[in-house]
Design a protein around this ligand. Structure first.
Ligand code: GDP
Ligand code: MG
Ligand code: K
Length: 274
């Protein structure tokens, strides 16, 4: 059967450390990611000693703005973990799903650990977990890291996804001009991206955002860069907004749709998001 490696990824304050401690108990090792002072912790999952989990830094996106964000995407792209456990704070679900959408595009088996369910319950709010999983194309396991609830189910689900190499079912997060732009660029850079093991759609979205490290990594020709510029400018003209805003708006409107169909708030205690 061999070893399995998981990456644990999520926003700051989503409960990542609390979950990591429950998963690994006392088997943690602390080091640094190569070349940077960002802490790297890994450990073996209790009762599943063949499964190693690496705690990635808390981040909000996979854009190259901070070394934490770059480390996370480089780790997933180059070390190719067998699975990602994406911890999501259910009480700030809109903001947390922004990272989730980008992680999904990395095409690695993934499970969402929907955390803080105790707080959701206390506020009288519920999440239609099965519907959420269907909308996102990956399993969702409700947990409360602080109360040690749902952890076994999460581990079983993550190991099953990793062993069966079940990748997220592709979902189209964008429509109209953004869709045309991303698909046009993905087509243009497909060969470069695939050679490097980077999913073309992920690379294309990053290029639309003007991601300089990604441009360099892909070793694009001047012609290709010109083609990308054209596609992005067409989109900007059609949308009457800049490329980064166009992409962020598209992601957030997808998320708003998903959340409106899957999160039921009682109205008593509307929580942090609203
Ligand atoms: P990190 O920044 O993602 O590593 O988050 P932490 O594990 O440090 O948790 C942030 C805060 O949320 C801490 O005060 C935790 O005790 C709390 N927390 C974590 N998980 C849960 C949970 O399931 N329910 C509740 N109510 N609080 C939680
Ligand atoms: Mg932490
Ligand atoms: K909290």
């Amino acid at each position: 059967t061999g070893n399995i490696t998981f990456a644990l990824a999520g926003n700051q304050n989503s409960g990542k450390t609390t979950l990591f401690n429950h998963l690994t108990g006392s088997s943690q090792r602390v080091g640094n990611f190569p070349g940077v002072t960002v802490e790297r912790k890994d450990g073996r999952i209790k009762d599943h000693e063949y499964a190693v989990i690496v705690d990635l830094p808390g981040i909000y996106s996979l854009s190259p703005y901070t070394s934490e964000e770059i480390i996370t995407r480089d780790f997933i792209i180059s070390e190719k973990p067998d699975g990602i456990i994406n911890i999501v704070d259910a009480t700030s679900i809109e903001r947390n799903l922004y990272l989730t959408l980008q992680l999904l595009e990395l095409s690695v088996p993934m499970v969402i650990a929907l955390n803080m369910m105790d707080e959701m319950r206390a506020a009288g709010n519920t999440v239609k977990v099965t519907a959420l999983a269907k909308e996102l194309g990956v399993p969702v396991v409700p947990i409360s890291a602080a109360k040690n609830e749902g952890i076994h189910e999460l581990v079983d689900c993550a190991i099953t996804a990793a062993r069966s190499r079940t990748k997220p079912e592709p979902r189209d997060f964008c429509s109209g001009p953004v869709h045309r732009c991303i698909h046009g660029i993905a087509h243009l850079i497909e060969d470069h991206a695939e050679q490097l093991g980077i999913p073309p759609r992920f690379a294309a979205a990053k290029l639309v955002e003007g991601d300089a490290p990604m441009e360099k990594q892909l070793r694009l020709s001047e012609n290709e860069k010109e083609g990308i510029r054209h596609l992005a400018e067409d989109m900007e003209n059609e949308m009457d907004t800049d490329r980064e805003a166009a992409l962020a708006d598209t992601r957030y409107s997808f998320i708003e749709g998903v959340v409106s169909r899957t999160v039921v708030k009682s109205g008593k205690n509307p929580g942090r998001d609203r």
